[in-house]
Ligand binder design. Structure first.
Ligand SMILES: [Zn+2]
Ligand SMILES: [Zn+2]
Length: 354
């Protein structure tokens, strides 16, 4: 029995060394991706630094949850790579998608429709286009949650265990392409101008940082009209009873119209979703929709996958193996592990979420 345990531990150590080598290789590849993206889009790299400085000050001034700052928590590097690299990949993917799909839509949509839209007064076209883009974005987002194949990609965004200004950038590029195409395709097909789409995306990008920020900011009755941190934090709550709500990017009234609006008194205490997504590693997260097991993943599987993603030596796995029950796949002590480590703590005197 003693020899069996020693042989098993030796196997664990060899596996851990292999994991370490793979982790360093993936880390180097992630850094190379980041450097290449910064060269291709220096404007986005500068925005990362400038917006990061502004939001770091805002989050320090009015923190919602007591948690490490965005620039010094686990996964910071991964989210920074997402910030720049995804912009490059999503822009290229969107152009390719529109190049294929827009002519196809024009084949079936009567030309009288875009002509009638353009014949209206300019101010009315502008208002209509923003509302139309918002409704299209709502349905794109809602489909990302309700269609299982799309959810595999959108889940990457919802895997953040805590929210701050940097966390919204954790998105799979294909999820980004789908979300943007869901807006751009119908808006352009209807005859609205390209600047409408650009303005919608620019507003959503900046507002996206605010609505995810770890900032204790309530807007009172304005929260019915404008998406706020409180509105979007509930979209990320890990309580299954609150899932699939608050999809709108800017106008909560769209959720109200389609029956998905949620506005409890307090704030959610913890964030996350079902299924497994590596907690860090840009390339590992890009591969997650294909490689990661779903919610049915065993606790032992998750420990191994965490060790693979973080390059840790798997000491907990080894300790568990020493106590393992013969014939059981799950080591003792692993079964109670939460899906995502929730490190969010309410500040003293703060209002209780749930
Ligand atoms: Zn979502
Ligand atoms: Zn979000």
């Amino acid at each position: 029995m003693r020899e069996q345990v020693q042989a098993r531990l030796a196997g664990e150590r060899a596996a851990a060394a292999g994991r370490g080598r793979r982790w360093w290789a993936l880390r180097a590849a992630g850094l190379a991706t980041f450097a290449a993206a910064c060269v291709l889009r220096p404007d986005v790299a500068v925005a990362l630094v400038v917006l990061g400085a502004v939001f770091t000050v805002v989050e320090r001034a009015r923190p919602l949850h007591a948690q490490p700052p965005a620039v010094a928590r686990s996964g910071t590097g991964t989210d920074a790579v997402h910030f720049v690299a995804d912009e490059v990949l999503a822009a290229a993917g969107l152009v390719a998608a529109l190049w294929v799909l827009l002519p196809a839509v024009h084949l079936v949509l009567p030309s009288a429709v875009p002509e009638a839209v353009r014949a209206q007064p300019a101010w009315l076209v502008w208002v209509e286009s923003l509302v139309f883009a918002e409704v299209a974005g709502y349905w794109g987002h809602r489909l990302s949650h309700e269609v299982p194949l799309l959810w595999r990609f959108h889940r990457v965004h919802h895997s953040s265990p805590s929210l701050d200004w940097l966390s919204p950038n954790r998105r799979h590029p294909l999820d980004q392409v789908f979300a943007r195409a869901a807006v751009a395709l119908p808006v352009l097909a209807m005859g609205f101008a390209v600047p409408t789409v650009v303005a919608h995306f620019a507003l959503k990008r900046i507002q996206g940082l605010l609505v995810h920020a770890n900032v204790d900011l309530r807007l009172g009755p304005l929260e019915w009209l404008v998406a706020s941190p409180h509105f979007h934090h509930w979209h990320h709550s890990d309580d299954p009873g609150t899932w699939n709500r608050n999809y709108a990017g800017q106008l909560p009234l769209v959720d109200l119209a389609f029956g998905t609006h949620l506005r409890p008194e307090g704030w959610p205490g913890t964030y996350g979703c079902d299924g497994y997504v590596p907690p860090s590693g840009y390339l590992a997260q890009l591969a997650a929709p294909w490689t990661s097991p779903g919610p049915e993943a065993s606790a032992a599987q998750r420990i191994d996958l965490d060790a693979e993603a973080t390059g840790r030596t798997g000491g907990r796995r080894q300790r568990a193996a020493q106590q393992a029950v013969p014939g059981s796949d799950d080591p003792p002590g692993a079964v109670d592990r939460p899906l995502h480590a929730q490190a969010v703590v309410r500040p003293e005197g703060g209002d209780e979420g749930r």
